[in-house]
Structure formats: C-alpha cells, structure tokens
Design a protein around this ligand. Structure first.
Ligand SMILES: C[S@@+](CC[C@H](N)C(=O)[O-])C[C@H]1O[C@@H](n2cnc3c(N)ncnc32)[C@H](O)[C@@H]1O
Length: 358
C-alpha cells in the first residue's frame, strides 16, 4: 500500500468515514441479535404487550433471563426496543413490532438477515471464485440463502403483487380473472406462483426452476395451501421450459441470475400467446453506477457479487447482468429476443416491475 501523508487527510472526512464504518460494523453485530430475536420468539413475546421487565420477556419466550436481559440491552442500544429507565422495563412499539415481530408485514426484516448470514458462511467459496473466475451455482450456497430470499420477497409479493403489480400491467388482471395460463420462471419456493393461484381460481399456473430442492419446497407449499391441482411445479431451465402458449410469463427476481438471459427471453417469446404479457420483476436500479448509490443499491450490489453474478457465471455466463442491471439493459435483452413493446409499469424502493409484449 502506498504511504499516505497524515497531513493530507481531511479530519472531518476521516471522522465521517469512521462513523460510517463503525455504524456498519455495529449493524453487522445487530443482525445476529435480530435473527436470534426472531428465532427465539423474543420480538413476538413483546409485541403488543406494553412495558415488560427482562424477567417477563424471558418467561413469555421460554428463555433464560440473563441472556434475554443482555439481548434487550443490545436492542435498546440500537433503537430497536424502547427502555423505560424508571421502571427498568422494555417495550416494543407498534412501529418496531411491524418491522420485527409481524411475519406477515410487508416491512418484516428479520428473515432478510439470513442472506448475509449465508454470504458469510460461503466466504471461502467467494474468495476462490474471485481468484479463479469460476461460478457458484445457486444450490451450492448455505441453505439460509434460498430460505432468506424466499421469505424476504414473499412479504413484498403478498403486499403488492395481486393488489398493485398485476393491475399495473395492460389487461392482465382481467385475463387472470376470466381464466389464463401462467408460467412463473425461476419460481424458487413458489410464493409468487401460489399468491397468484390463490387470487385467480379460474387460472392455471406452472412454476419452473433449475433448483430441485426449491421445486420440492414449492410443491409442498402448494399441497399445504390446497392449490396443487392448479399450481404445478417442475424442474426446468428458463431457456427451454415447456407447456406454452402462456397468457402471462413471469420472471420474479431471477432473470439477472441466469447465465443466458437472452435465451430465457427468446424462450419466453416462443412460449407466449400472441397477445400475452411478460412480467419482469427485477431489483430496483438506475441505469448508471453513479445513480445507484444508496443503502438498497449497496445491498443489491453485494448480493449480486457473490450470489447473482456467481450463479450466472456457473451457467456459462454469456451475459452476466448482475442485480443492478437497470431498465435500459433489461429492455435491450427483450427487444433482441423479439419483443416490440417494453415499458416500466411500476417501481418500488426494492423492485422494478416491467412489462414486455411481442
Ligand atoms: C433470487 S431467486 C428468486 C426466486 C423467486 N422467484 C422469488 O422471487 O423468491 C432466483 C431463482 O432463479 C433460479 N434460476 C437461476 N437460474 C435459472 C435458470 N437458468 N432457469 C430457471 N431458474 C433459474 C434459481 O434457482 C433461484 O430459485
């Protein structure tokens, strides 16, 4: 490393950089506490209960008080739990509960910590991948990855897919109500497929994914929700999935993971009905690196480095889009595949909802 003259350092900039790095380090420690709070039911024990002593929280969650008290203090230090000094009690406010205790809330965060947990567990694989240029298939990651991704996105889908995203596409909601054929490519654990199947009983749904374990989990969810006659799941690659013609073909947070997204879009062009729609849901991103400077972009670029790009490279990496591809690059892929219409239907802080038609 080149020697830097200490006199050349701007003290204010250094202080700001350090404050930022220490804040991030603290958040990393905090993530472990959030995961424990979720898994042990500590947040759930506190939700709606008002001020509680550490003993009461421990009793409600069936945990040892001394551990719980230290955990509670870590939560207070991070602003995740309120502390009432006069009564030495701890309280989870309704807003904190919405983010930390309510598993069905669209803002529920704890399961998202499974993703960086899997990234740490797989650090050696990433080191090797950087040095060799080789890929890492989706299924070779720590098991917390697919569960964390599925749980994180499920709540956004539950909150918005049927009520906002599908109605934003031209004429799609009415076709689904009347009875349509739908393919969900790269469906993972099948949450998006099953939400649509539940909402549109006249339609039939096929979920495809290359990861057999995810397909097994999706099938089990379908049986549990009594949707297994209308929502079928098969192991298949996006570049040769069967069964068309489909009225709607969906790609939820997966096109950028694929080693050949153009082949996937070309297969969608083959398998779609002449007046059908492709719904492409991708991580929110602007088109230029300099416009992707935010906590959300940072999170996506990081996951993209060791997960999305690594998987695409493992599939041959003809085009490695990464999780911050942006609308312009995605549009190019679909235009090249023969789609003449491509537009942004909606954007949320986490997602772009795009529509392509022949
Ligand atoms: C980030 S996950 C998203 C899963 C799901 N769509 C969701 O939103 O929760 C990406 C998924 O794409 C799948 N995938 C990757 N490459 C694929 C390909 N070439 N064909 C089909 N699925 C693929 C992975 O196995 C994984 O389940």
């Amino acid at each position: 490393m080149e020697h830097v003259n200490p006199n050349q350092r701007d003290q204010a900039k250094l202080d700001a950089m350090l404050a930022r790095a220490v804040g991030d380090l603290s958040a990393g420690y905090g993530g472990v506490m959030v995961s424990l709070g979720h898994r042990l039911g500590l947040y759930r024990a506190m939700a709606g209960a008002g001020p509680l002593s550490s003993r009461e929280v421990a009793k409600r969650a069936g945990c040892a008080e001394r551990y719980v008290r230290e955990w509670l203090n870590s939560q207070v230090a991070g602003g995740y739990v309120d502390y009432h000094a006069s009564s030495e009690t701890y309280e989870l406010t309704p807003e904190q509960a919405f983010v930390l205790a309510d598993e069905n809330s669209p803002a529920f965060i704890p399961s998202a910590w499974s993703v960086p947990a899997s990234m740490w567990a797989d650090e050696e694989k990433a080191v090797t991948a950087f040095r060799t240029g080789n890929g890492i298939p989706w299924g070779d990651h720590d098991g917390r990855l697919s569960c964390g991704v599925a749980a994180f996105y499920r709540n956004a889908y539950r909150g918005s897919l049927v009520s906002e995203w599908l109605p934003a596409l031209d004429g799609v909601a009415s076709k689904l109500k009347a009875g349509a054929r739908v393919a969900d490519i790269g469906c993972g654990h099948g949450h998006s497929t099953l939400l649509m199947a539940e909402a549109f009983p006249a339609s039939t749904f096929s979920g495809f994914d290359t990861h057999p374990q995810s397909i097994g989990i999706a099938r089990a969810h379908a049986v549990k929700e009594s949707l297994d006659t209308r929502a079928l799941f098969e192991t298949a690659n996006a570049s040769d999935f069967p069964g068309g013609k489909y009225d709607l073909i969906c790609f939820f947070d997966c096109l950028h993971d694929m080693g050949d997204p153009l082949a996937a879009a070309q297969q969608a062009a083959k398998q779609i009905a002449p007046d059908g729609t492709v719904m492409l849901v991708e991580p929110f991103a602007n088109d230029r690196v300099e416009d992707n400077v935010s906590p959300v972009a940072r999170l996506y670029y990081a996951a993209s480095t060791t997960i999305c790009c690594a998987h695409a490279i493992s599939e041959g990496g003809r085009m490695v889009l990464g999780a911050q591809a942006g609308e312009a690059r995605l549009a190019q892929v679909f235009r090249k595949a023969g789609f003449t219409k491509f537009r942004r239907a909606l954007a949320t802080p986490f997602n772009l909802i795009l529509e392509a038609r022949l």
